[in-house]
Design a protein around this ligand. Structure first.
Ligand code: GLP
Length: 241
């Protein structure tokens, strides 16, 4: 695990975006694992700018998102599919048919999970998996106590995660308590993992991930066993190290 500590969130986004730009230079038909949340937004904005300036192209890229809420239709404003379209896909030259988000409203979620794994394998596996981290150490929606070899499946969200994400839902809006998420085993198969974290609220999770034991209590700690992970943090998120 390589830990890169930078001054602020803008530097974190820039460093992370450079990894994606370099990868596209080497392999235009790359397979990217993508993440939602507020942390990767600045990185997406950098990549949009580079794409619009003609420096990089996503025309041959395939993407697989980490997770989705259960029972939200893809056009629901709080769905992660909607988030990805609004914040990234609608602004770049990616073929929408090559973008994949777990289908939270699939009639048979168990089959849909298996199909998602099959689609990742058929694409040749993930070249770069982008991750944020929850305050409780979750990656994707793999909450504490998740099996470290888990595959794409349905997961119940913890109270802490529901509360953290409540800011995106209005008071009278249904907030799902179930999700469909790539497993930790799925994430561990990515060739390169790039995890971003900024702000003091992530300091404890970063400490547990980097310096704590490999344990299901901190799902991100599994990345200590991954052969190629880059953790990019600002000084506040690194303050517990
Ligand atoms: C959600 C997502 C995670 C993300 C986390 C942190 O729970 N499922 O993939 O890493 O939030 O979000 P933020 O970057 O907004 O702190």
């Amino acid at each position: 695990m390589k830990v890169v500590i930078l001054e602020d969130a803008a530097a974190v986004a820039h460093y992370g975006a450079d990894i994606f730009r370099e990868q596209l230079g080497k392999k235009p038909a790359s397979v990217f694992g993508l993440a939602t949340g507020s942390t990767p937004l600045s990185l997406y904005r950098e990549l949009i700018r580079s794409n619009q300036q003609g420096d990089i192209s996503f025309a041959q890229v395939q993407s697989f998102n980490l997770d989705e809420y259960m029972d939200l239709a893809p056009d629901h404003p709080q769905s992660y599919r909607h988030f990805m379209n609004r914040e990234f896909f609608d602004h770049i030259d990616i073929d929408p048919a090559r973008t994949h988000v777990p289908p939270g409203n699939a009639p048979n979620p168990l089959t849909a999970c298996d199909e998602y794994e099959t689609a990742i394998a058929a694409a040749g596996g993930i070249d770069i998996q982008l991750l944020g981290i929850g305050r409780n150490g979750h990656i994707g929606f793999n909450e504490p106590t998740s099996c470290l070899s888990s595959r794409t499946r349905v997961k119940t969200l913890t109270r802490e995660t529901i509360e953290d994400n409540a800011r995106f839902f209005s008071a009278d809006e249904h907030q799902p308590q179930l999700s469909i998420t790539m497993g930790i085993g799925t994430i561990m198969e990515a060739k390169l993992v790039v995890l971003l974290a900024t702000g003091a609220s992530k300091a404890e999770a970063i400490r547990a991930m980097v310096e704590g034991p490999v344990a299901a209590w901190c799902p991100a700690s599994a990345l200590q066993m991954h052969p190629s992970t880059v953790v990019i943090v600002d000084e506040e998120a690194a303050s517990g190290l």
